[in-house]
Design a protein around this ligand. Structure first.
Ligand SMILES: CC(C)(COP(=O)(O)OP(=O)(O)OC[C@H]1O[C@@H](n2cnc3c(N)ncnc32)[C@H](O)[C@@H]1O)[C@@H](O)C(=O)NCCC(=O)NCCS
Ligand SMILES: Nc1ncnc2c1ncn2[C@@H]1O[C@H](COP(=O)(O)OP(=O)(O)OP(=O)(O)O)[C@@H](O)[C@H]1O
Length: 263
């Protein structure tokens, strides 16, 4: 196991992939939940068979793969369908992410998890043995530069090591519950943060979907405030893309130091 794993989250189209690509370029292993979610329903998988059992054969494209655009339209128009799909995919994603981080070499690893701040309604949530997220301390942000920093860092290494909810070697079996609770092995959370209007514009431009679907996707996710509430570090990604390299380099240096001190 990479001894130090940072969870990275952010709203849809906030720029998580742009950020993780830059960490990867610095030699850091990134376990990506969106990719794991694809693996979980690959052709021939038990996950895809469960999806067909739950949603019918018209969930499939002509080549037998999951019809992703159709499923996107379907689950973001129907909360019950979305929860049903998540119930099939999320446990598999957690297992795949843990395996990737367990195999990672390097000073630390990143697990990119879009829904890390999402907490299911109690009626839909599996039982959770750990109140970790509820007892997380507030993030106590500390700006590192300027009046409007592009990123801010949380507490220093000593304070981080013993923070409630940081249990890097907790058994995978303990990983139930939802949201941050489901990932007790994350040592720290980095939030990629942008205003909703920026998110929406990027989502429309990248995916070519209609505005109503974009709005439903954003509405189905945690709010910006809910994400910031679980953040140890925040990278504000509302500037130009070429500003990201320096921000990621600063965070990478920070995480290498924290991993060396706390690994
Ligand atoms: C609905 C699906 C088939 C659409 O696939 P598509 O290729 O169009 O989108 P992709 O998987 O690349 O997701 C794009 C983004 O949508 C958002 N998103 C995806 N699923 C969800 C969800 N259940 N709730 C809220 N937002 C979501 C995330 O920000 C994600 O990064 C797919 O997103 C899916 O299987 N979702 C359920 C699994 C899931 O929750 N994945 C998110 C990470 S575990
Ligand atoms: N700082 C930026 N300036 C301009 N465009 C950006 C910036 N950051 C990201 N983008 C663009 O916005 C779009 C969304 O970014 P990206 O795909 O990285 O988001 P994401 O959070 O990974 O999305 P998803 O939630 O769908 O997985 C992409 O087209 C990306 O190139």
């Amino acid at each position: 196991m990479a001894d130090y794993v940072v969870g990275l989250t952010g709203g849809v189209a906030s720029g998580k992939s742009e950020v993780t690509r830059r960490f990867e370029a610095l030699g850091i292993t990134v376990a990506d939940a969106d990719l794991a979610a694809r693996d979980a329903v690959a052709i021939g998988s038990a996950g895809l068979a469960e999806v067909v059992a739950a949603f019918g054969a018209d969930a499939l494209a002509p080549d037998g793969s999951l019809d992703r655009p159709a499923m996107r339209r379907r689950v973001f128009a129907d909360d019950a369908a979305r929860l049903r799909l998540e119930a099939i995919i999320h446990p598999r994603v957690r297992t795949l992410l843990y395996a990737t981080c367990a195999a990672a070499r390097g000073p630390y690893a990143i697990a990119a998890i879009p829904l890390l701040a999402e907490v299911l309604p109690a009626s839909a949530a599996p039982p959770s043995p750990s109140p970790a997220a509820a007892t997380q301390p507030p993030p106590a942000m500390q700006a590192v530069s300027g009046a409007a920093p592009a990123y801010s860092f949380g507490p220093e290494a000593g304070a981080v090591a013993d923070a409630p909810g940081c249990a890097p070697h907790a058994p995978l079996a303990a990983a139930t519950g939802t949201g941050r609770d489901a990932y007790p092995w994350l040592r720290r959370v980095l939030v990629v943060d942008v205003p909703v209007a920026v998110q929406r514009a990027r989502l429309l431009a990248r995916d070519g979907i209609d505005a109503a679907l974009a709005d439903r996707m954003i509405a189905a996710q945690a709010t910006r405030a809910q994400r910031l509430a679980i953040a140890d570090d925040v990278l504000v990604n509302d500037g130009p893309l070429d500003a990201l390299d320096a921000h990621v380099a600063a965070l990478d240096a920070r995480y290498r130091g924290l991993a060396a001190a706390n690994g």
